[in-house]
Each structure stands twice: as C-alpha cells, then as structure tokens.
Design a protein around this ligand. Structure first.
Ligand code: 4AD
Ligand code: MG
Length: 434
C-alpha cells in the first residue's frame, strides 16, 4: 500500500482534523527535547504546527536522527492530530514516524546580529516571519494593482529594459557596453509606453527600473519595481483621479486579503480600509509658501528635497498631490501649463506621515518644437530621440501618465523604516549581492 499523500500543515487545524492521521513535511522552526520527548515547531507555506515525538514510539535510531535536525532542517512526519491546549493553536501532531530529508547545518541567523551581517545573509534572513508576511502582501498588492488596471481597460505591455535612451537624465543611468555602443538599463518605460499608446490608448507596464543614484536614503533603491501607466485623452485632473482610485482600491484589497500579515507587521488593516478618495491637492507654489512659513529656506524654483517633502505630510494621515512644478525642475517631456509657461502639468503624490514621493505623474508635451527644444536643453542629442519625436509627427493626441515605485508604496503601506525591507534582495549603492 502506498503511503497517504502529504497534507499541508494548515490541514492539521481543519475543524474535523482532530484524531485524524496526517502526513506533513516542512522546515524546523525550532525544536527542543526533554525526557525522551522531542518538540518540533514545523513550518510549511500554510503555517506552523507543534510536532511531538517520543523515543519509545520512534525507536532510538530515528529519535536520535530527528533530535539532531537543525533549525531550518527539513523533515517528513506521519502522526495523529490531537487537541492540546499547551500547543500553539491548540493542536499538535503526535508523530508515529519522522523521516529526515535534510538535517541541515547550524542555522547562522539570530535576532541580535548586525544589519550588515543580516544583509550578507539575506538569502537566509528572508525566511523570517516578517519577510514572509511582507512578500505575500507584495504579491497581493501587485495583483490588486493589475486587477484595477484590467478593470479600467488598461493593456499590459512589455517594454524593453535595455535601451539607448536613458530618458530620466543620463547622469543617473547605469551605462552598459552594448556591443561597443552606449547602452543603459532603463530608468523608465515611459517613452515606449507613449509609442504603444496610439494603437491601444491605455497601456501599462510593470518592469524593473534602475537609478544610479548614490543617495543612501531610506527610500532609494538602485533597482526597483516600476508600475507605469500611460493614458490617451487624459488631463491632469483626470490623471490624479485615476491614481487615487487605484491606490484606494489597492489598499482596500490588501487590507481584506492579508489582515493577519498586516497585523504581524504592526499595521492595522482598518487604517488601510479607511483610506478614501479624493486626496488633497496643493500647488507647488502654495507648498513653497507653506514651507517658507515653517522656516525652510525655499522660494519659487527651489527643489523640494526629502526634508521638504517629509514636512509637507508629516502630520497628516492623507496622501497629498503637489501640482504644477517649475519647468526647470522637471523632465523634458512634461506639458507646459497652458497660460503659465513657468510651470508644467505635473504632480508628485506624497505619501502620508512624511513618506515622501510615491508617484510621479504628468501630462506629456505634444508640441514638437517645444519638446525638441526642452530635450536639447537637457544636454541630450535630439537625433538619438528622433524615434520618440516621430510620435509627435504621426497621430499626436493629448495624453498623460505616471510612474509608481512599488517598493515606495509598500514601504508606506507596511510602515517600514527602510525601503530595503520591501524587496527580497535590495540593490543599493553599496550592495548587489546576494
Ligand atoms: O518620478 P520618476 O523619476 O518618474 C519617471 O520615471 C516617469 N518617467 C514615470 C512615468 O511617468 N511613466 O519615477 C517614478 C516613481 C517615483 O515617484 C518613485 O516612486 C519611484 O518611481 N522611484 C524610486 N523608487 C525607489 N528607488 C528609487 N531610486 C526611485 N526613483 C524613483
Ligand atoms: Mg519624480
């Protein structure tokens, strides 16, 4: 007779599981033995269960082998589910047999180690409860965003990540040798999304973007997941309304899908459920006035850096759209504000509680001459962007779009101190391994 199939560990907690024979396998989270009884907390993707194994039942050889399994070693267990109020969750699995799949070496991760050591051992650290919760939430966040875009009839497309056009400022692009010609890792898919706009009208892409910024801040990665959306026939007001609906929808979806994981990370799902649209809007000019009144040395034209962005929402539980930035502070492709040549039709969405920029958005310049002039002013060679300029020569329509840093959004959602906690293998100026 072949052995029964494996059950998940969650199966041990099913309403009718008590008294049943069960076969499970998983990783040892911790174990101890006393007086001929071994207690193992066993983990699989569905949860943990306490396994108890007796020397008398297993026999000396099997018991000794099971006793020597290290933290993160792997075993298969056959046993009977029993109610036990002392066990976590009120159930345990009383083992009839324990088979060692991998006894493992002593697990090198402990709570008190330095952050640098933990980053060196990131491939092992990501088994922690916090990381498991984080990356399950991230998966559902991505799913919620995609579901929203699907309902809005925005088509997912697949732009390249290798490019000859850096698009967001050459200085912060990772340059590569592309068979002897200059190439770059993409900073944005925007130009390609604009090209795909004419046939599809509404497109998005979720790709890695790369920024060779040396900034060591809690909100910069050199590689991040970039969700970018491009919409035809859309003005700044419509774009902001699209963005806020998307974020409210995603926050609600995550709150409903992952309440336990959110609580484990210290975020109440109710807080996310309370997020609602519309988000307040503040013009850049008014933001500068507010900051100047608070003592910041800023005037019209100043950059709003980390400290300024932080101050604008530090005391608030709401997102904030800052609109109509000075032209010289923003990218070449942004539309000049009709009637105000000093500013562009752009907005940065700042996260609540001082989290800073999470979305960068703008209407795109449709005037070929102005676009070419602005491009040349950035120091780029318009000839290299001629394919992009073609888009203004053939079927040019008003359009707008945005880029959202997925890890920035998640950092706010999970109130993480550092953005690196929202990605399994963070890429920063000092680290690209493991
Ligand atoms: O504001 P950015 O530079 O805008 C663009 O790249 C546009 N072309 C996007 C578009 O309209 N299609 O970047 C967009 C977002 C930022 O708001 C931020 O959330 C995120 O990308 N981002 C980063 N996230 C993590 N680490 C970094 N170094 C980031 N740089 C930008
Ligand atoms: Mg930006």
């Amino acid at each position: 007779m072949s052995p029964p199939p494996f059950s998940t560990i969650a199966g041990a907690f099913a309403a009718d599981a008590s008294g049943r024979e069960l076969r499970v396998r998983g990783w040892v989270q911790r174990s101890r033995s006393s007086g001929g009884i071994l207690f193992v907390l066993l983990r699989d993707r569905t949860g943990t269960v306490q396994v108890t194994a007796k020397r008398d039942t297993l026999g000396d050889a099997a018991f000794d082998a099971a006793e020597h399994v290290q933290v993160e070693g792997v075993v298969e267990v056959d046993g009977t589910v029993a109610a036990d109020p002392r066990a976590p969750g009120g159930r345990e699995l009383r083992a009839r047999s324990v088979r060692v799949v991998d006894a493992g070496l002593p697990f090198p991760i402990f709570q008190e180690q330095t952050e640098e050591f933990r980053l060196d051992k990131r491939h092992l650290v990501i088994r922690s409860e916090e990381h498991v919760a984080t990356f399950r939430i991230k998966a559902d966040l991505l799913r919620a965003l995609r579901d929203f875009l699907d309902r809005e009839e925005v088509l997912e497309v697949t732009p390249p990540v290798l490019t000859g056009n850096p698009a967001e400022g050459g200085a912060e692009a990772f340059a590569i040798d592309y068979f002897g010609r200059p190439g770059y890792l993409s900073q944005t898919a925007q130009l390609y999304l604009e090209a795909m706009l004419s046939p599809h009208e509404r497109v998005y892409a979720l790709t890695p973007s790369f920024r060779a910024e040396k900034s060591r801040t809690p909100r910069h990665l050199t590689e991040y997941q970039h969700l970018e959306v491009e919409l035809a026939w859309t003005d700044l007001g419509e774009l902001m309304s699209f963005i806020e609906r998307m974020l409210v929808d995603a926050a609600h979806a995550v709150a409903r899908k992952r309440p336990a994981e959110l609580k484990l990370l210290g975020r109440s799902p109710d807080e996310l459920e309370r997020l609602s649209a519309p988000f307040p809007r503040l013009s850049y000019a008014a933001a500068v006035d507010r900051l100047a009144a608070a003592g910041f040395p800023v005037s019209f034209g100043s950059d709003l850096g980390t400290a300024e962005e932080r101050a604008l929402t530090l005391e608030s539980a709401e997102f904030l759209f800052v609109t109509r930035y000075p032209k010289e502070r923003k990218a070449f492709y942004m539309l000049e504000t009709p009637g105000d040549p000093r500013t562009v039709e752009a907005t940065d969405l700042l996260g609540p509680e001082g989290y800073g920029e999470i979305v960068g958005a703008s209407c795109r310049e449709t005037d070929l001459d102005r676009l070419t002039r602005r491009l040349a002013e950035t120091g780029a060679d318009p000839a290299e962007y001629d394919w992009y300029l073609d888009l203004r020569r053939h079927g040019n329509v008003p359009h707008a779009g945005f880029g959202l840093g997925v890890e920035r959004l998640l950092r706010w959602m999970l109130r993480r101190e550092h953005i690196r906690e929202t990605t399994p293998f963070p890429r920063t100026p000092s680290r690209h391994t493991p």
